[in-house]
Design a binder for this molecule. Structure first.
Ligand SMILES: *Cc1c(COP(=O)(O)O)cnc(C)c1O
Length: 420
């Protein structure tokens, strides 16, 4: 008799099933406005839940350390080919378990411990892995930062000045909380001036880049990483791309055997599915919707008197400054959660409050755009956000708004079937 129980999860483990059901309800009844989140398709989840989770495939297609890899080879090669087609690059590694793992491998491939890296300050919108001191990138390497000017935008002349003083081996561009287009060409010029490698991390904007709705880091960057689960709308994971064969070889060795063991073949299968969706003609429309929805969101917030870092947006996210308010980003995110809107508190440039409370709120349009929401819904939601923040202690108002938004969401079902 087989040791495998073939019952579905609800029967096999009702405790886990119940928690997943609760999460399903949460995702179905709250407006998802965390800028780094999205709703991936049932097809992506199906591939991710597939039997490829059983397979060990250390190595790369046709160069494995295990037998039985012929279909793992096929799925990984398909993911690589689709990814190269999306971004117009020659080499791709689809094995990183996450965006942070991808970035760690880039440093491991191209730097020695103690080498100098120059990345965007965490408080100005950069990511932990761009050299923040509590992160491995700030511990293992000698990290320096650039930030945004008082207008909330990157001042490229200032980045050049800092680069000339620091003389970094790698310049990292790309951000987690920056609402404006990143000019990769200017970063290339800066990198060339100081003889640095240019590393672009497009974790947040990849879905827009894929559609031509944001400047492509190719051909400017030497190496490009991304997550696959943000605007790219795939499973949780990371990717690394390059046009330079020598760099690509070093990256492959830095992922395996350098920093990871077996690849998550089931996740790679899901990445392939997601990349297929990105290559579909409708992706362009989706990316346009993400941007236009973020724009109307920003416009209403400004009309209602809220201050935005950089005074608007070019991409999928909006960063509200609460620097002149008597409540924090933490207070705002709790109040919005009560009103059925999920966001995150976020540090802003020159933030006087600590990272645990912050003076910012980050909002994103990618997930609600996936549901098919347009201007009309985003204008309404923006007003509700302002209503909550204008009267932040008014709990009955939050309860009332939550009810209204749940009704709105009924017309934009996330998934029709709770078995996910
Ligand atoms: C989200 C993000 C990452 C890290 O991704 P994880 O998958 O959470 O490790 C890296 N870089 C940037 C710019 C990000 O926004």
């Amino acid at each position: 008799m087989s040791f495998i129980r073939e019952e579905s999860l609800s029967v096999a483990d009702s405790e886990v099933f119940a928690i997943i059901e609760n999460e399903f309800d949460r995702q179905s009844t709250h407006l998802e406005m965390i800028a780094s989140e999205n709703f991936t398709s049932p097809a992506v989840m199906e591939a991710m839940g597939s039997i490829f989770t059983n397979k060990y495939a250390e190595g790369y297609p046709n160069k494995r350390y295990y037998g039985g890899c012929q279909f793992a080879d096929q799925i990984e090669q398909l993911a690589i080919d689709r990814l190269c087609e999306i971004f117009g690059c020659a080499y791709a590694n689809v094995q990183p378990h996450s965006g942070s793992q991808a970035n760690g491998a880039v440093y491991a491939a191209l730097l020695q411990a103690g080498d100098k890296i120059l990345g965007m300050d965490l408080r100005h919108g950069g990511h932990l892995t761009h050299g923040a001191k509590p992160n491995f990138s700030g511990k293992n390497y000698h990290s320096f930062t650039y930030g945004v000017a008082s207008n909330g935008r990157i001042d490229y002349d200032n980045v050049l000045e800092i680069a000339k003083i620091v003389q970094p081996k790698i310049i990292v561009c790309g951000a987690s909380a920056y609402a404006r287009e990143i000019d990769f060409k200017k970063f290339r010029e800066i990198a060339d001036t100081v003889g640095a490698i240019l590393f672009a991390d497009i974790a947040h904007i990849a879905g827009l880049v894929a559609a031509g709705e944001h400047m492509n880091p190719f051909p400017y960057a030497d190496v490009v990483t991304s997550t696959t689960h943000k605007t790219l709308r795939g499973p949780r994971g990371g990717i690394i791309m390059s046009n330079n064969e020598e760099i690509a070889k070093k990256i492959d060795s830095a992922i395996f055997p350098g920093t990871q063991g077996g690849p998550l073949v089931h996740v790679i299968a899901a990445k392939a599915v997601a990349f297929g969706e990105v290559l579909h003609p409708s992706w362009k429309e989706y990316a346009k919707a993400i941007k236009s929805n973020a724009k109307v969101l920003a416009e209403v917030l400004i009309q209602r008197g809220y201050e935005l870092i950089s005074r608007g947006t070019d991409n999928h996210l909006v960063l509200i400054s609460l620097i002149n308010k008597d409540f924090s980003g933490e207070d705002a995110s709790v109040a919005l959660e009560n009103a059925g809107i999920t966001v995150n508190k976020n540090s802003i440039p020159k933030d006087p409050r600590p990272a645990s409370s912050t003076s910012g709120v980050r909002l994103g349009s990618a997930a609600l755009s996936t549901l098919g929401m347009k201007d009309k819904e985003f204008i309404l939601i923006a007003h509700k956000i302002c209503d909550v923040l204008d009267d932040i202690k008014n709990i009955p108002l939050q309860v009332q708004i939550k009810k209204e938004l749940e009704t709105l969401l009924k017309g934009f079902k996330v998934y029709n079937n709770a078995t996910y």
